[in-house]
Ligand binder design. Structure first.
Ligand SMILES: [Fe+2]
Ligand SMILES: [Fe+2]
Length: 370
């Protein structure tokens, strides 16, 4: 019998107990002579990996202490296709039998991988038995016979950001490592606690929870939704009287700045929130920064995440005006209608105050209904 090599590939961003269980179960069934875990340099399917390749490599070392953690993909310092990895492994290990294990989230798109037919020839493929919501598993895949815990790295990143208890989902050594380095935004909430008043912090958490919960229906990344929700009011840490000088000093571009300052200076906080998120919290994700910047006035051509935060800010659980619950319910099933309703409500509210109205929301309304 030729020597079996078990290869476990993935982003491991971060690795969790589902990964550990999958590898353990696969080993028990495959009986490999060698076990390799290969963290991707940057998975072709991931838009924005939150941890660096080296950080994911170190976390994989902690998660899979008995496996050989390979820098095969990372060393290339570019996007590496699995077919390249397999060809190389075959060349370096002639006569060996390669058993490739991947998480079931990657299986559904296997046909979109580069050279799927050759991939099938070069290795035997394994994945976890998962409920059908993840799509159909192609028949050539072998299934590990044990049911795996349902944990996703994306959800785990949002859990870590929101300060949830994740001890049942990941190895304590990895969790400690993440906390020490402040990965996945674990230090954001404790730092926000220091700069925001308790009621503002409560509101920010409420917006983050709602936007995370709605992220699936709104088709946005749950981590990004929670991150933008959490930071959207960071600018409220600046007293209103200091908002104008702050904006001037930082040269923040606020549409109709003079009028905003004269008639509605509180609106400046959204632009300050973006600046604080960028400078104090090190946020670089442009979608998240835009969602924070535009959560009060909006903007023409708002993306999904911007609209989600705009809506969640007005109807989070802590909002107790009469229509908030209705808007929440609408947002959970119809993003487009919820955004229109939210915009409509904001314009109605502004009119009821009989004061100056910023033209931007009116322009957005017109662009949407014409
Ligand atoms: Fe706000
Ligand atoms: Fe808010």
């Amino acid at each position: 019998m030729s020597a079996r090599i078990l290869v476990f590939g993935g982003s491991f961003d971060p690795p969790h107990k589902g990964h550990q269980e999958l590898l353990k179960a696969a080993k028990e069934q495959i009986h490999p002579a060698r076990t390799m875990v290969i963290p991707a340099y940057h998975s072709p399917w991931k838009k924005d990996s939150s941890a660096s390749p080296e950080e994911r490599f170190q976390m994989a070392k902690l998660s899979f202490p008995e496996a050989e953690i390979s820098r095969l993909e990372m060393r290339a310092r570019r996007r590496v296709y699995t077919i390249e990895v397999l060809r190389r492994l075959k060349k370096e290990n002639p006569g060996s039998e390669i058993h490739f294990v991947i998480g079931s989230d990657l299986v559904a798109r296997f046909d979109e991988w580069k050279s799927p037919l050759e991939l099938r020839k070069l290795a035997r493929w394994w994945t976890a038995l998962r409920p059908p919501k993840n799509g159909k598993i192609p028949s050539f895949f072998n299934l590990v016979s044990r049911a795996m815990p349902e944990i996703s790295s994306t959800d785990l990143r949002a859990d870590l950001l929101m300060g949830e208890n994740v001890s049942g989902k990941m190895d304590p050594r990895v969790l400690e490592w993440i906390k020490q380095r402040g990965l996945y935004g674990v230090s954001i909430l404790p730092r926000l606690k220091k700069i925001l008043k308790p009621e503002r912090l409560f509101h920010s958490i409420s917006v983050a929870r709602l936007s995370r919960r709605l992220s699936c229906v709104w088709e946005v990344d749950s981590f990004e939704a929670a991150l933008a929700g959490l930071l959207h009011d960071a600018g409220r840490s600046v007293p209103i009287s200091e908002m104008k000088p702050y904006c001037q000093k930082r040269r923040l571009r606020v549409p109709l700045f003079r009028k905003v300052f004269a008639y509605q200076p509180i609106l400046l906080h959204a632009y300050i929130s973006e600046d604080i998120s960028r400078r104090m919290f090190g946020i670089k994700n442009s979608d998240v920064l835009k969602a924070i910047r535009h959560h009060t006035l909006g903007n023409s051509a708002m993306g999904k995440l911007e609209r989600l935060i705009y809506v969640c800010d007005t109807c989070s659980e802590d909002r107790n005006y009469s229509e908030a619950a209705e808007l929440r319910e609408l947002a959970a099933r119809n993003p487009q209608e919820a955004f229109l309703e939210c915009l409509n409500g904001k314009i109605r509210h502004a009119l009821s105050l009989r004061g100056w109205i910023h033209p931007l929301p009116i322009q957005i309304w017109n662009s949407l209904i014409l």
